[in-house]
Design a protein around this ligand. Structure first.
Ligand code: TYD
Ligand code: MG
Length: 469
């Protein structure tokens, strides 16, 4: 029989302790451990007891007759792409994001599209908002009355009983998992044990009844509400919805997907009528670009299979402080420090006495190392006050010795640049064995082997500028 014991659980990562402590050893969060009552299910606990011998399991070969995967296609191209081509029946999808970023709006719209295009029976269960609020949003989004059904509930027991009927809905949204609770547990809604138990119950039901479960999860820094981290292992797909508050762009990313690739993004724009799909993000990210100013370089990036062009802006200004500021928006600050160090150590461009600001315009977050050379170009351009040559895109990874390394899919990056009216490209040396045909894009490419060559490119212009050319 399970013994009732008190456990101490980290609200941030879900680690379990026998006694309280101020800091979680597993995720290093402070003040995140709280006392929770529950039955002990410590691994190994069962082994000590006298348990029955299990039955033999059967092994099968890789080949076999399994049903082809059916998917509910929403006809919202951005959403479908991120899901790997549509939602899979019986799967559980977690959508995480900061409060107010637009998760409820997105799911409301997706349900309506699923109802219209996939003819799926959909229900939306809100634990956060009253029916009227959800209705108000649906009206604002211009949805029809019979698109899907609504309910306002927080008890997992009630929800499970309702969904465990003869003809359950095909797609179920739970907004949000942090508001759900199981009354047999003592802890409050939002605690790790409640979130985990509620999710487990609902996921099991989704698998048994074959409906697709979409769980909304809030991410909070304080760790007051359990972050959806503990859920990530339990669900099939984890999507994150992100964006800068001041910007209208929202990006949906797959962080984990058992039914598709994880590097795809979906781009949306938040408008008065809800989230609109952005099928050509490059054009949008470059829309407000002003040509011929120093400190800006266009990076030909890749998000999943899709090339995305964004502007990288740098500002370098003299500082009297011992530790001048370095601030980065949309990129990794460690990576910026590395590039500054390479510029200083390998190319003699000293920026130590300057404040350095770097910004990825439009609110996109870039994680590709291929952005290195575009960042370097923006920095050199800002430091020397020479604009990057007009109609030029830049990409390439920088190594610690200053060498420029080639990156994947150069061809599709160049093609996208050419499509958007760019004429030149500063790129890494193309390896002959990789049959990349840079000429196919029609761009005038300049292959750079070492970061010094990039600095020299700008320095040559300084000389010409000084000579009045
Ligand atoms: P919401 O979907 O409620 O965010 P979340 O569920 O992630 O907490 O919406 C967030 C914001 O979006 C809200 O501040 C209002 C804004 N919004 C629009 O700009 N246009 C719209 O059509 C809708 C429905 C919301
Ligand atoms: Mg919401």
């Amino acid at each position: 029989m399970a013994k009732n014991v008190t456990r101490f659980v980290c609200q941030s990562c879900g680690a379990d302790y026998a006694k309280w402590s101020g800091k979680c050893e597993s995720c290093h969060e402070w003040n995140s451990i709280t006392e929770e009552a529950g039955s002990s299910n410590v691994p190994g606990g069962l082994a000590k007891k006298n348990i029955r011998k299990g039955k033999q399991i059967e092994f099968v070969s890789l080949e076999g007759s399994s049903k082809p995967l059916t998917r509910y296609v929403s006809n919202n191209a951005e959403f479908d792409r991120v899901c790997g081509g549509g939602l899979v029946p019986g799967s559980a999808v977690l959508i995480g994001g900061d409060p107010g970023i637009g998760k409820s709006t997105l799911l409301t719209q997706i349900l309506a599209s699923l109802a219209t295009h996939a003819k799926a029976r959909c229900v939306y269960i809100s634990g956060e908002e009253a029916i009227d609020q959800v209705r108000l949003r649906a009206r604002r989004l211009g949805l029809k009355a019979d698109d899907f059904l609504l309910a306002s509930a927080t008890s997992v027991r009630d929800i499970a009983t309702t969904l465990d009927e003869h003809n359950p809905p095909q797609v179920v949204v739970i907004d949000s998992i942090q508001t759900m609770f199981i009354d047999s547990l003592d802890s409050a809604p939002g605690t790790v044990s409640q979130v985990r138990a509620s999710a487990q119950e609902l996921i099991q039901l989704a698998k048994a009844r074959g409906f697709c479960l979409l769980l909304v999860g809030h991410v909070t820094k304080e760790g007051v509400i359990a972050g959806p981290k503990v859920l990530e292992h339990m669900v099939d797909t984890v999507l994150t919805f992100e964006g800068e508050r001041g910007h209208h762009f929202r990006i949906l990313r797959a962080a984990k997907n058992r039914f598709g690739p994880t590097d795809e993004i979906g781009v949306f724009e938040m408008s008065e009528q809800g989230l609109e799909q952005v099928s050509n993000p490059s054009a949008l990210f470059l829309a407000e670009r002003r040509g011929n100013i120093s400190g800006a370089a266009v990076f030909a990036g890749l998000e999943g299979t899709r090339p995305v062009l964004v502007e990288i802006q740098a500002l370098v200004s003299p500082s009297q402080q011992a530790n001048p500021r370095r601030a980065v928006v949309g990129w990794d600050s460690g990576r910026l420090a590395m590039i500054l160090a390479v510029l200083e150590a390998r190319c003699g461009l000293v920026l130590a006495g300057n404040e350095v600001y770097l910004n990825v315009a439009g609110g996109l977050r870039i994680s590709e190392p291929a952005a290195d050379m575009a960042v370097a170009a923006a920095l050199i351009s800002a430091a020397m006050d020479i604009p990057v040559p007009e109609k030029t895109v830049v990409f390439g990874e920088i190594g610690l010795s200053g060498e420029i390394r080639s990156v994947s899919q150069s061809e599709s990056r160049l093609k996208e640049a050419s499509k958007l009216g760019f004429e030149k490209a500063i790129i890494p040396p193309l390896r002959a064995k990789k049959n990349c045909n840079a000429d196919a894009s029609g761009l005038d490419t300049r292959q750079i082997e070492h970061l010094q060559d990039l600095v020299a490119l700008f320095a040559a212009k300084t000389v010409r500028k000084a000579a009045g050319g």
